[in-house]
Design a binder for this molecule. Structure first.
Ligand SMILES: Cc1cc2nc3c(=O)[nH]c(=O)nc-3n(C[C@H](O)[C@H](O)[C@H](O)COP(=O)(O)OP(=O)(O)OC[C@H]3O[C@@H](n4cnc5c(N)ncnc54)[C@H](O)[C@@H]3O)c2cc1C
Length: 294
């Protein structure tokens, strides 16, 4: 079902991002994680796609399995970085053949660990160019990425919003945001989008804190800031207490989600990092409190 139709029937939705496993051990873990996350009956699952086509086969297998074996709704992400138009067409045609109805179009970044990777000369420089190519060719319900704090390479938040508007004008039907640790960023972002005339559903991304190292690394990579108040609370936790940190992460994200739900968001999209414990605890608690339906 198209995401926009799901939102017509039910709000707020619950969804989880998964990425394809890169090793046999990770694949075994992912099987268990999928079981646990599907038990929560999410409205859809978002499947990432490695830029440069690096996870093409793994992403396809995961999309096929979830959509056709498990009967889940899926948003297939597509990162076009470095790829030529005919290759992009082939991948998306294949997704269409699998029955994919929703695609999140992102530019992607140079693939990690491949310093020699050369973008194809006909590849697209920006997600808006990808959108302009894909929209007339495919009937997918297309979404694009949004950055409440501005994209890390953007000259300014205003400039980044102007480029977001360009992506929307190319036919996007929904926006999924990067994660943030201060809801104010999201609320201001939505307000600024509405002022610019962007009326689409904007789905907030939530990243539970799993580990301090991972939190800092990812935040640096994607430009999500860690507020001073959060740093203070983290510093007050006993050093090396992984269980305590996980519980703190669950409590922190649950508070964030409560405030977002009370503000009327269309749903909550969890960056699970292929883990289920924190996300399961948060969703179960919000359902228990009556803030989320099954
Ligand atoms: C929800 C979500 C899902 C993601 N999934 C994936 C994934 O599956 N695989 C993956 O590899 N990556 C993924 N990413 C990461 C994403 O690929 C990177 O953040 C990437 O750097 C930007 O992608 P974009 O689609 O936002 O690019 P764009 O919209 O093209 O923006 C990239 C930068 O270029 C600027 N810009 C945009 N248009 C123009 C223009 N016309 N002229 C000049 N500057 C411009 C923007 O301000 C921004 O700074 C995801 C990100 C999010 C938020």
């Amino acid at each position: 079902m198209r995401l926009t139709d799901i939102w017509k029937k039910k709000r707020p939705t619950v969804s989880f991002e998964l990425f394809p496993a890169r090793t046999p051990e990770a694949a075994t873990t992912l099987e268990r994680v999928i079981d646990q996350l599907c038990f929560l009956e999410p409205d859809f699952l978002g499947i990432t796609f490695g830029a440069g086509g690096s996870t093409r086969e793994g992403s396809r297998l995961l999309v096929d399995k979830l959509l056709n074996d498990r009967g889940m709704e899926v948003v297939a992400y597509f990162a076009g970085y470095g790829l030529p138009p005919d290759y992009i067409h082939l991948i998306l045609e294949d997704y269409q053949g699998l029955g994919v109805e929703n695609v999140l179009v992102v530019r992607g970044d140079p693939p990690h660990g491949q310093p020699d990777f050369k973008p194809h000369p006909q590849s697209f420089a920006h997600a808006s160019d990808l959108m302009a190519f894909i929209r007339p060719e495919f009937p997918f319900c297309l979404g694009v990425a949004g950055y409440p704090e501005g994209h890390i390479d953007a000259a300014s938040r205003e400039q980044d919003l102007a480029y977001l508007k360009l992506k929307v004008d190319q036919g996007a039907e929904f926006i999924i945001t990067n994660y943030f640790y201060d809801n104010r960023f999201f609320f201001d972002f939505v307000q600024n989008c509405r002022t610019l005339g962007i009326t689409l559903p904007i789905l907030p991304g939530i990243m539970p804190i799993f580990s301090l190292k991972m939190m800092r690394q990812l935040a640096k990579l994607c430009g999500a800031s860690i507020p001073a108040t959060l740093e203070e609370r983290l510093a007050a936790l006993p050093a090396g207490d992984q269980k305590g940190l996980l519980q703190f992460g669950i409590d922190f994200a649950t508070d964030q989600c409560r405030e977002l739900l009370q503000a009327g968001v269309v749903g909550l999209h969890f960056y699970t990092m292929d883990r289920s414990q924190a996300t399961s605890a948060i969703v179960s608690r919000l359902r228990h409190e009556g803030l989320l339906e099954m």
